[in-house]
Design a protein around this ligand. Structure first.
Ligand code: UD1
Length: 341
């Protein structure tokens, strides 16, 4: 079974490639390396013993995408990660986000339809729920107006998929991620933030390493137990495994509808201070932090109701916050030492 993983050298993509290979799928990666590096294919090989094929081009290039699918018309499925994901940047450059995230999706779907490739797994986000009225948030919760062009690309992409499956043989599963963190236990792959990280955990590990002076905790006046914002952090390897389950579900014709949506979260919410405390405890490293004003666009609290994913996919997040922190720290140490040149 040959699976195309777009964005397969990226953070979640690379962990998914490992899980696919370990379940004996043959993997082809397409990546434009805009936010990753070609060496990741070698890192993957260190874990699995198999170097995935990597084709470097941009999926917004219609002709190249078309030619790729013509050549690989025997693909069993596509897992589509390739997209830009920085919320702030999307506010600055909305057209770039719409052109990139939606243009590449459209080209991939056209390539699939032209070659009768039917199975598509999409990398969506819990950002589609905004600040939900009811917690935990299930797949039934209403979609809220997007806070950013990035969030809007995820919503529009789901709409594009819904419309496309009505008029083609394509079937799609949208996986709505909560907050993926951590790294592979081997510390061969992990998140590679460019410049100053926006996300919490890379900022924590870089601060502990002495690369940043202190972590800014964005607000402690939220209506939460300790006043800091609450999220559902999920280990990236648990998340990656869900993609293998999803593609297998499609290949085994187990879908209930041609478009399905699943929440990928643990069901437990942790505050920013909970995450900091876990990091300090697990790594024995004291973290400098200062409480600041709230960050614009942040929501107060969100965590998943993963019941439907647990029962229907037979998938469950297994790794707890301590494992997430430990693996993120090992990756930071290893990455700085061996991969940053
Ligand atoms: C963000 C995006 C989300 C995206 C996800 C992964 C927003 C509103 N949402 O989620 O759409 O899918 O990243 O890229 O941007 N925090 C600090 N200090 C920091 C960094 C973060 O206190 O230096 C806090 C935040 O206020 C938040 C929590 O840590 O409460 C998690 O933040 P982050 O890792 O950036 O993820 P989200 O904002 O939840």
């Amino acid at each position: 079974m040959k699976i195309l993983v777009t964005g397969g050298t990226g953070y979640i993509g690379s962990h998914t490639v490992v899980e696919l290979q370990q379940q004996d799928y043959e993997v082809i990666i397409i990546d434009n390396l805009s936010n990753s590096r070609a060496e990741i294919a070698n890192q993957i090989a260190k874990i699995t013993g198999i170097k995935p094929t990597l084709e470097v081009f941009d999926l917004t290039d219609k002709q190249k995408t078309k030619a790729f699918f013509k050549k690989h018309h025997d693909l069993s499925g596509v897992i589509h990660f390739a997209a830009s994901k920085a919320v702030g940047e999307s506010v600055e450059k909305p057209l770039m986000y719409y052109a990139n995230n939606l243009g590449s999706l459209i080209n991939v779907l056209e390539g699939m339809i032209e070659n009768d490739i039917q199975n598509f797994v999409f990398s969506s986000s819990c950002t589609v729920y905004g600040q939900p009225d009811v917690l935990p948030v299930s797949e039934e919760a209403p979609i809220k107006p997007a806070e950013s062009p990035y969030g809007n690309t995820k919503q529009i992409a789901e709409e594009i998929l819904k419309d496309t499956i009505k008029v083609s043989n394509v079937k799609a599963i949208a996986l709505r991620y909560f907050n993926p963190i951590g790294a592979h236990e081997s510390a061969e792959i992990g998140e590679l933030p460019q410049g100053v990280p926006n996300n919490l955990v890379p900022y924590i590990t870089q601060t502990a390493k002495g690369i940043r002076d202190f972590l800014r905790v964005w607000g402690d006046d939220y209506n939460t137990p300790d006043g800091t914002a609450v999220r559902d952090y999920i280990h990236v390897v648990d998340l990656a495994k869900a993609h293998v389950v999803a593609i297998r579900r499609m290949l085994e014709n187990k879908m209930k509808n041609d478009f399905e949506v699943f929440n990928l979260g643990t069901g437990t919410g942790y505050s920013v201070l909970d995450v900091i405390k876990a990091f300090e405890r697990v790594t024995g490293t004291k973290l400098n932090y200062k409480v600041m004003e709230r960050r614009e666009g942040d929501i107060e609290k969100v965590w998943a109701d993963p019941t439907y994913s647990n029962t229907e996919l037979g998938w469950k997040a297994e790794k707890g916050l301590d494992v997430m922190m430990d693996s993120a720290w090992k990756w930071e140490l290893r990455y700085r030492k061996n991969l940053m040149k």
